[in-house]
Ligand binder design. Structure first.
Ligand code: PRX
Length: 654
């Protein structure tokens, strides 16, 4: 479907970009004087305590520095500076799983953030630069904790609540966190679930760095308290002052770490800066979501992912918007939950993942028609490619063919949107991220920097540094350089490679074709094959394993594992084990090691893997087999070419 949909102007009033001429003008301004244009926005948008001296310092590339010498504070930018003009405006509207509601104004948010910041300083001895791990459900205290850290210059590292104790422990140790902030648990689909026991388990061994645990009460279920380590947030907060001066932060001081999967080894602690990050979070909120003072904006992500960081908390609040936070799931109590909330809160921008759209389409295609969704102006998608049928349903049934769809392409590392339509300006094509945002020099090139031909796949690179880019991998500068600046060059200079492939059409529209590395995108979440494989290898009967992504109706990609059992590898037996039982045991290990998000959808027990004579697994063959594609790869270099046919018959016969 390459139909073009012109923007529906009727629902816009003075949009950030009215037409493509305005887009082109600004893009040209960036091209003519890149640094000065960024400098102009930084001066306009950020309330500086001390202005910066240098816009961009490239002297230690690729460790770029932006707005050097400037002093500011992200919590001040997101909360305090709004108090003169918006103190009684709703900053956060919270809706719980069971429908309970809390509306927090900017004044109340400032009060809570200050008290929490004081508590962190006074009770837990948290100082500028200390790391605080946050393992929280989707409740306002998660946002308050983030902002309280920002206020005092502590670096937060949020770990998604679906990660296991083992995964939490790895992240705590890597960041050498001093404090863990968590909750007893929360509610999902009408029933309480627990988080604190997972923290207890994680802290059992190896986390000596953690001195204290601060626990927010949400579901009121019984938890165990470790004397001298565990403290109640709700109790301690009572005694703290609601006045707290913001820490004077350098533009480049780290704001947060967020761990994400790479193609090899352990997860990477993506390190973001203060000024550059918040500048782009705010600008994209204004450009891509066209946020206006009266709008109510809702992003359904979890704060544990980058989308939750930038587009539930930091972006909306920096822009002085009203952001909705939802604890529950879109299908409870039924598949009309989101549409009901849109009607009730008169949501203007709704931002979600293609997985949720596919699920809601499948479970309740007629549900949107039962609600008044006429407040909607912009519908957003993020995290994975959206397929044309899901796009069409979203556009027609949810948006009533009157909304703009912004298919936003970006990553944990980019901090904010990179390629996206501008809602009132860009003519959109279904399932297409369209054009780079002004200021983002996104190019599709080969490894040497030559632009790829129209319609040909190439590497999606960002060829100039931008303010919200990743600054480092926590504790591993070498991996940072190698992971992002090792593969592609332009004019002989290493440039940022996203890890994604992309192609451009005749009319310059960009389509993302997916990862070029061993990263699987499950429901819009990145999973490294290496991480899943190392969990599976912990099963005593497993000799070898290779994990690949398999197209999945709802999740986009599911996880498919090819497993060689020890008994088979050593030829003690052909295939004796009970495969169903083994699959259950293996998935249990994955759940313990990583979390339920990494469970394998399917496993095939095979006699061997297709390996070259030097021992390299030919994953492309394995990917072709699960997709049911003909094998076009040269199999003559394999140690045992006959293995391909054997695996094919097992998988296709299954
Ligand atoms: O492969 C791209 C895919 O998601 C990856 C980034 O994942 P993560 O860091 O977890 O961040 C997700 C939320 C920003 C990218 O490398 N991706 C993201 N957005 C899109 C996308 N693929 C296609 N279309 C998109 N709009």
């Amino acid at each position: 479907m390459s139909e073009i949909f012109e923007p529906k102007k009727s629902r816009f009033n003075n949009p950030a970009f009215k037409n493509m001429c305005e887009y082109n003008d600004l893009m040209n301004e960036f091209k003519e004087d890149y640094e000065a244009t960024w400098g102009r926005f930084a001066s306009e948008k950020i309330e500086w305590f001390k202005p910066y001296d240098t816009i961009l310092d490239e002297s230690n590339a690729p460790f770029y520095k932006w707005f050097v010498g400037g002093k500011m504070n992200v919590a001040h930018q997101c909360v305090d500076r709004h108090l003169d003009t918006k103190k009684n405006k709703a900053a956060i509207i919270f809706e719980g799983d069971n429908g309970d509601q809390r509306i927090i104004t900017y004044r109340e948010l400032a009060y809570e953030v200050n008290k929490t910041a004081n508590m962190f300083k006074n009770q837990f001895d948290i100082k500028k630069g200390d790391r605080v791990v946050v393992y929280m459900p989707m409740i306002p205290e998660a946002a308050i904790t983030m902002l309280a850290c920002a206020k005092i210059g502590a670096i937060h590292s949020i770990v998604f609540g679906g990660f296991s104790a083992e995964a939490l422990k790895d992240r705590i140790i890597d960041a050498e966190a001093k404090l863990v902030v968590t909750a007893d648990g929360a509610f999902r689909k009408g029933t309480p679930y627990m988080l604190k026991p997972v923290v207890d388990e994680a802290l059992k061994t190896g986390c000596e760095c953690v001195k204290k645990v601060c626990i927010v009460e949400r579901n009121g279920e019984d938890i165990t308290w470790v004397a001298g380590r565990d403290y109640s947030y709700n109790e301690l907060i009572k005694y703290e002052s609601s006045k707290c001066e913001p820490e004077m932060m350098d533009s480049e001081d780290p704001l947060f770490l967020l761990y994400t999967s790479g193609s090899t080894g352990k997860p990477k602690g993506v390190q973001h800066s203060s000024a550059g990050y918040i500048l782009w979070a705010q600008m994209t909120m204004e450009w891509v979501f066209d946020i206006k003072d009266n709008d109510t904006y809702w992003c359904t992500a979890d704060v544990g992912w980058i989308t939750g960081h930038t587009y539930i908390v930091y972006g909306p609040l920096a822009a002085g918007a009203t952001t909705v936070m939802f604890e529950g799931v879109p299908t409870f109590p039924d598949a009309g939950r989101c549409w009901k909330m849109i009607e009730e809160y008169k949501i203007n921008q709704f931002y979600t993942a293609p997985t949720a759209i596919r699920m809601l389409h499948k479970m309740g295609a007629d549900e949107p028609a039962k609600y008044d969704l006429s407040s909607l102006r912009i519908l957003g998608t993020v995290g994975e490619p959206i397929d044309p049928p899901a796009w069409k349903w979203y556009y027609e049934e949810v948006g009533g063919s009157q909304c703009s769809i912004v298919d936003t392409y970006w990553q944990t590392e980019t901090g904010g949107h990179m390629i996206s339509p501008l809602p009132a300006a860009t003519p959109i094509k279904p399932a297409c991220a369209t054009f780079p945002l002004p200021g983002i020099m996104a190019e599709i090139i080969d490894a040497d920097g030559t632009p790829t031909e129209i319609g040909e796949k190439g590497f999606m690179c960002i060829t100039k540094p931008w303010p919200s880019m990743i600054r480092n991998i926590w504790g591993d500068s070498e991996r940072f350089v190698k992971s992002y600046f090792g593969d592609c060059k332009k004019d002989g200079k290493p440039v940022y490679f996203t890890g994604d492939g992309a192609m451009m059409s005749e009319d310059k529209y960009i389509t993302i074709t997916g990862r070029t590395d061993d990263v699987i995108n499950v429901s819009g979440h990145r999973m490294g094959t290496a991480e899943v494989e190392s969990a599976i290898k912990k099963h005593p009967n497993v000799a070898a394993v290779a994990v690949v992504g398999k197209p999945h109706d709802i999740k986009g990609e599911g996880i498919f594992a090819y497993i060689v059992l020890k008994a088979v590898a050593t030829q003690e037996a052909d295939q004796t084990a009970d495969e169903l039982e083994l699959s259950k045991e293996i998935n249990k290990i994955i759940k313990n090691e990583i979390g339920a998000i990494a469970l394998c959808d399917e496993m095939a027990f095979v006699p061997d893997l297709p390996k070259t004579r030097s021992g390299k697994i030919m994953r492309r063959i394995l990917r072709s087999i699960v997709k049911g594609e003909a094998i076009t790869q040269d199999t003559s270099t394999l140690e045992d070419p006959s293995i391909v046919g054997k695996i094919e018959s097992i998988v296709r016969g299954a």
